[in-house]
Design a protein around this ligand. Structure first.
Ligand SMILES: [Zn+2]
Length: 64
């Protein structure tokens, strides 16, 4: 579960709700509701399962 870091939004999303991509500054997803960038880090488990963890120490940015 991810939470949009735009405080006026704060929507919660499942991984299946968002598209994770790399726009050049690391992996992130754009909040489907407000477009804010939310950074994530990828973990690959020993069994090959990929999970994503939201990074909370980078301030959110609005859309351009
Ligand atoms: Zn949002």
């Amino acid at each position: 579960m991810f939470t949009c870091r735009n405080q006026s939004c704060g929507a919660q999303w499942e991984l299946s709700d968002v598209v994770i991509k790399n726009e050049g500054q690391g992996l992130l997803f754009r909040c489907p509701m407000c477009g804010a960038r939310n950074y994530v880090t990828r973990h690959v488990a020993a069994d090959g399962a990929t999970t994503y963890e939201q990074i909370t120490d980078i301030p959110p940015r609005g859309q351009h």
